[in-house]
Design a protein around this ligand. Sequence first.
Ligand SMILES: [Zn+2]
Length: 563
Amino acid sequence: MKLKYSLICQSVLGAVIFAAGVAQAQDQAAPSAPAAPAQGQGGGGRGQGAGAAAAAGGGAAARPAAPYQESPTAYPNVGPNGCVGCPATAAAARGAGAAGGGGGGGRGAAAAAAGAVQGAAGAPVAAQAAPRVVGPQGNNQNPLPYDLLLQGAHVIDARNNVDKVTDVGIKDGKIAAVGDNLNAKDAIKAMDLKGYVVTPGFIDLHMHVYASPGERGSYAGDDSIWPDGFTFRAGVTTIVDAGSSGWRNFEDFKEHIIDRSQTRVLAMLNIVGAGMRGGRYEDNLADMNGEATGWMAQRYPGVIVGVKSAHFTGPEWQPYIEAVKAGNMANIPVMIDYGSNRIERPMAELVSKYLRPGDIYTHTYSGLRQEQDTQTLKASAGLLGGRAHGVYFDAGTGGGSFRFRVAVPLIKNGFKPDSLSTDLHITSMNSSTKDMLNVMSKFMAAGLTLQEVVADATWHPAQEIKQTQLGNFSVGSVADVAVLSEHKGKFGYEDMDNMKMMGDTRLVCELTIRNGRVIWDLNGISMDPWNQLQPSSPPNMASHWTAYRPRTPLPEQLTPTQK
Ligand SMILES: [Zn+2]
């Protein structure tokens, strides 16, 4: 396993360096779209700008309607040149909108409204995305080596083989130092974290967070959750939306969720252009277009980090062939939720023949698709073949994708996950999955060590999505950090069959740091006692290390000169 990771790490080094730069840029501004040649927009109403044109032209936009039409091709996004059934390119569409071109009047109010949001202002989408700042801006330079110093915690960093009590220094949103006996005087704020576990912020490879469209019964809608309420409190700083949007609606997802969340939200594009909107969309082979999907992924490197196929019930291999085609175009992995168990397309063939080394099979421990040998209860030959081929196996426990009677014997016989993830959505958030830390604690009950579950939530997923600038404490890495407490006692963990397993450990997230600033603090361990006279760090320097906003002082707290 170690060898496999390091080999892959080396083989993608070039891509990683490139992706690191892009991902860094992502935090500052949206990546700009590559220039696209102008193309006729006669039909109108299908591109973003054309939507704006329809809005400007009156009529369609004035009529409030459901955000999306009930049609697999209703989404306003534009497609690549030469793509069969795809509309014009984004630049062409915006141009058409600004010029008032496109006489078709749009394909409905929804398309027009969405177009208006992104195109009507006349400004390129990239220019609209202002740099996002967590907490107030610091006015004062910090002359010290560190803004924030985490002292004396058990630090686990799988990337750098750190697994010991030591210190972590943070400056300007980056990891500045990891080492013993760093000096508290060298930081604006030093925190004694003896007894706690400190790890890189978690990466949840599988969530559904396209909550904005307002569509009922859809993961591109009401079945998704808003990310920030479910991430920081579980130590998660990066998530991957696993296919809630496809190439047709990705830019709407980006505009409404990715660009507005404090969590770093990355995405796998659904191979279905319309995204994860329910069976009749997700089984629609006509809307599975590898070229269009790959084209959109190429427009947002470092943001679109994979391609997803999910929930397919048919006997065809086409969804997987198209997904891999898109993955090859954009040099990104595909993640497969293998849908219905069909004898026409055995899982063993998928993971050994159709998927590439580095692709990801999720829902590994459901037992629904030939993952477990029914005689020995160990990993099936198919699963072992996939691992030998270099495919990664992800947990994705979700609402109906994890059984102890599958996971426990598989893990006991050596088939451990490559990554842990939640598949969090409106159902799994309240049922057996709950959140990332519950999944990690559950896998500890099922036989993994603390070090293994941390690696499976940090460095391993970072490698799977080729974002190796994340999930580690290398000096210079973004300072996304989770501070955990390990509660000992009797804790129950559940699976999809409403069966439970008792464990002796529950991980709790005490503190989360995003971009070098405290953004979640369960028990106020970063804060001073309320009746302490002197603050432990100068209040005017607080914006260097915390996202919490300072409040107006009471009159008696002001000095005479301030009054
Ligand atoms: Zn899912």
